[in-house]
Design a protein around this ligand. Structure first.
Ligand code: ATP
Length: 351
């Protein structure tokens, strides 16, 4: 989407962010949302969602789950095939302009103009969103500083790396300080330092009351930032809760076992762990170092498994029992890790 498509001249004319949370109305209400593309692809199949004002909400899910499609409906870029969608109290179908005025949207594809400088891009967004003339210079300087582009403010965006373009895009999407922002994989391709700077910025605007709906492939990012998460799979929400609730739902703890030997040793160990009676409810994953076993009795019977592995001629070089992470949650729900090196042997943990 280009800057002008974001609602040029329509948005937040007074330049003030409406007081989030003041009227108690949810930022997002979605009931039985359905979206079928022209070619018949059912991208969203009955999604219900309620995001209170001020919440930092995260959408997780594998590629193709329907996250971007949902965000595009919320930001009025796609019309729903079915269901009702309210954004900041406005119906996306009935009053799309009102919706656009009250949101910021950072799409997966950057929407900056490569022929303009960094400063000109932010200035253009200020004009498009009606940021008061007197506030513009400070807003531009503040945003460019924040996304670490102040030193290259006069350089054309076409000279920027992918990461720099992403940072500039973040700045332009937020110039009008909207009460609700959609961030679709905002930190993809950024190095850890730049990612951290953006996280701090997102946290700061959320602390000021801005509602955020984020999609991300980085589970660490979701864990750090989000109050609540929904996991999407095949166009439906299959799990929802705070990061802590979701981790608790995995059940039990995770036993990581490091093993000597190659892939064959790891596979044999996974089979032994999968058949292990004391871990009846376990899910077992082959890792780079050995295996990872998630089970309610991981701590209680962990040493029994280590003995069984040794009796089978395998050499354990290290082990650790830990609380589940969001990676374990994701694996349990989707049967697959976000990074493709994990190999799920069995997954019997239901969301
Ligand atoms: P990603 O992280 O890859 O963006 P996602 O969860 O955001 O994944 P969507 O981009 O919403 O998923 O895609 C949901 C489904 O809709 C996928 O099967 C995708 O191939 C399909 N899809 C997306 N855009 C279109 C389109 N314009 N026409 C037809 N099908 C589409």
């Amino acid at each position: 989407m280009t800057n002008s498509e974001r609602g040029a001249g329509e948005a937040a004319r007074d330049g003030h962010r409406p007081a989030a949370g003041a009227d108690g109305r949810p930022a997002v209400t979605v009931e039985d949302l359905r979206l079928t593309y022209g070619d018949g692809t059912e991208a969203v199949r009955g999604v219900d969602l309620r995001i209170p004002q001020g919440e930092f909400f995260g959408f997780l899910g594998p590629n193709g789950a329907g996250k971007t499609t949902t965000i595009k409906v919320l930001s009025t870029l796609l019309s729903p095939t079915g269901g009702t969608v309210g954004v900041n109290g406005f119906d996306v179908t009935g009053v799309p302009r009102k919706v656009r005025e009250s949101i910021g949207y950072m799409a997966q594809e950057t929407s900056i103009d490569p022929e303009l400088t960094a400063e000109e891009n932010v200035r253009f967004a200020c004009e498009a969103y009606g940021v008061p003339r007197g506030d513009r210079q400070d807003r531009i300087a503040e945003l460019l500083e924040l996304v670490e582009l102040a030193a290259v403010a006069d350089k054309r965006a076409e000279e920027f790396s992918g990461g720099m373009k992403k940072r500039l895009d973040a700045a332009t999407a937020l110039v009008h300080e909207p009460p609700l922002v959609f961030l679709d994989e905002p930190t993809t391709g950024l190095d850890p330092k730049a990612r951290n700077r953006l996280w701090e910025y997102f946290e700061a605007i959320n602390d000021r009351g801005t509602t955020i709906l984020l999609t991300t492939q980085y589970l660490e990012e979701a864990d750090r930032l989000c109050d609540r998460l929904a996991v999407m799979l095949d166009g439906a929400i299959v799990a929802e809760g705070s990061p802590t609730e979701l981790k608790r739902r995995v059940g039990g703890e995770v036993l990581d076992v490091d093993l000597e030997g190659g892939a064959d040793a790891r596979r044999r160990a996974a089979t032994i762990a999968g058949d292990f009676d004391a871990f009846a409810d376990a899910s077992v994953e082959v890792t780079d170092e050995g295996i990872s076993v998630t089970a309610r009795t991981a701590r209680q019977h962990g040493t029994d498994l280590l003995v069984a592995l040794r009796d089978a001629g395998l050499t354990v070089t290290g082990f650790n029992v830990r609380a589940p992470t969001l990676d374990d949650v994701f694996l349990a729900i989707t049967g697959d890790g976000l990074d493709d090196d994990a190999d799920a042997v069995s997954s019997e943990v239901s969301p």
